[in-house]
Design a protein around this ligand. Structure first.
Ligand code: G2I
Length: 461
């Protein structure tokens, strides 16, 4: 792919009123005044991260800045497919493990990048197609996400699968040619392998409401409606000399679908607008309560893939640039992520009715059915349960299972579990209880021991 050319094409959007307004706005400082990016972001319930080339971790000028300013890291290359599975079935985790231990020793979370991407496929995979590639790709996702299980805050499960050029469709690749469902298959495999990691779709040229971001938006909306496990969308944000005025509105429309959003690879062309654009992106994230963090794609200008663009927050001598101050001020001025979700309904203004409850049951039978698919390994399993509403739909559902002796539930998603051994019940959560007639939703749980004999029964309300 010619990423640079696509990037240049994408950054010719004019400075809009919103950015211009943001540029002239005086930031009022609040009680919060962190003095490093990581402290300021953390005060607001967010992370501030950097892409790291692990080879540089032994350079003290680099690591001093990294450890002082950042509380999240992502491997610039070391967790990609060519690095982690250079030969089919032979896995290499040296660089990734090194980064994870550095993060753990320095109070940093880790973004995983990237399980599947049409670029940096190992040579053996580049030559594959069809069902052989599909199973190799699922095995890759399963193995790598299992290796790092419990250590990754969020995975870029699929990277850059949408095309540039205005159609809003998928990019052609050998992965795409295995079938349009390759992305959801990858997300399901990642969820089964590491149920605790947030699972993201990540892409570039999505810095505003445009055909490409809308194509991705439609995919995420479809995934959410069908219960495909997706938790977040990454906006790479490799930016030029201007920023789309609807940058924040675009983040917000994804957040409104019920996913987190993250700025995942931020860097900005040098020049007069650089500091302003860095500030505007940071403010946009702060203004979206589901924007959980920002990552810059490197530490110092000389670490950047963009070379002479001088696109980062520190110069080659490690000095803070104007863009750094702009980001820090925006972090300090921004609101914190609310710790309790705001009420979704206004409080009732009229007293509740005093009429006696009806004595006749509502018409129709609000039944449901449930089926399970199991992914088991020696000593554990992940169960994915499909709930299908009966002809009357549901306003809520409850699924019971009986676990084999010695088995226990350790983790549940998209449902609330009662009990963990023997008879365990799973109730819907607020967003997936109401189903239309015949509509399907999914939840899952992970367990230790054997998943044998799990037969779910569904009760609707
Ligand atoms: O292209 C910028 C980024 C766009 N989004 C996905 C990111 O994963 C991507 O990162 C860049 C890295 O910053 C580069 O460092 O991805 C490139 C690969 O497409 C990385 O470049 C590669 C070189 O092409 C290889 O020749 C080199 O062996 O880095 C490798 C390791 O240094």
């Amino acid at each position: 792919m010619n990423h640079r050319r696509a990037l240049r094409a994408a950054v010719t959007i004019a400075v809009t009123g919103a950015l211009a307004a943001a540029m002239t706005m005086t930031l009022t400082s609040t009680a919060s005044a962190g003095t490093t990016l990581r402290a300021s972001a953390a005060e607001k319930g967010r992370y501030f991260g950097a892409a790291v080339a692990t080879g540089k971790l032994s350079t003290s000028a680099y690591t001093t800045i990294l450890n002082r300013e950042f509380n999240s890291v992502v491997a610039e290359n070391e967790m990609k497919w060519d690095a982690t599975e250079p030969q089919q079935g032979r896995f290499s985790y040296t660089g990734g493990d090194r980064l994870v231990s550095h993060a753990q020793a320095n109070g940093m979370s880790v973004r995983g990048h990237a399980l599947l991407w049409h670029q940096q496929e190992p040579g053996w995979a580049q030559g594959m197609s069809g069902s052989a590639l599909r199973s190799a790709m699922i095995n890759h996702v399963t193995q790598v996400a299992t290796h790092f299980r419990g250590k990754i805050y969020a995975w870029d499960v699929v990277n850059e699968a949408f095309a540039d050029g205005g159609g809003g469709g998928r990019r052609d690749s050998n992965l795409q040619r295995t079938g349009n469902d390759w992305i959801e298959a990858a997300f399901r495999a990642a969820r089964a392998a590491d149920p605790g990691a947030k699972l993201c779709y990540n892409d570039y040229n999505t810095d505003g409401i445009n055909a490409k971001s809308t194509g991705i938006y439609n995919m995420v909306r479809d995934f959410k409606s069908r219960g495909v496990p997706i938790d977040c969308v990454g906006f790479q944000s490799h930016l030029g000399t201007s920023l789309a005025g609807d940058y924040q509105a675009n983040l917000q429309r994804f957040a409104d679908l019920g996913v987190d959003v993250q700025i995942t690879e931020l860097d900005v062309m040098t020049g007069g607008n650089q500091a302003n654009i860095f500030g505007a992106v940071t403010r946009a994230c702060m203004n979206v309560s589901r924007c959980t963090g920002i990552t810059t794609w490197g530490v110092r200008d000389c670490d950047s893939w963009r070379g002479s663009d001088n696109a980062l927050l520190f110069d080659c001598n490690g000095n803070k640039k104007a863009a750094y101050t702009s980001v820090l001020n925006a972090l300090n001025a921004g609101p914190a992520i609310p710790t309790t979700p705001p009420p979704t309904d206004p409080p009732p203004t009229t007293p509740p009715p005093t009429d006696p409850p009806p004595t006749t049951p509502p018409p129709g039978t609000a039944g449901c059915s449930a089926s399970v698919s199991l992914n088991s390994w020696n000593g554990g399993f992940v169960a994915t349960v499909k709930v299908t509403a009966g002809s009357a739909g549901t306003s809520g559902w409850n699924v019971g299972v009986t676990l084999a002796s010695g088995a226990s539930v350790t983790n549940t998603w998209s449902a609330t579990a009662s009990g963990s051994t023997g008879s365990v019940r799973f109730a819907n959560v607020d967003y997936n209880g109401r189903l239309g007639a015949g509509q399907v939703t999914e939840f899952g749980f992970q367990g230790t021991g054997s998943g044998a004999g799990i037969t779910p029964t569904c009760t609707a309300s």
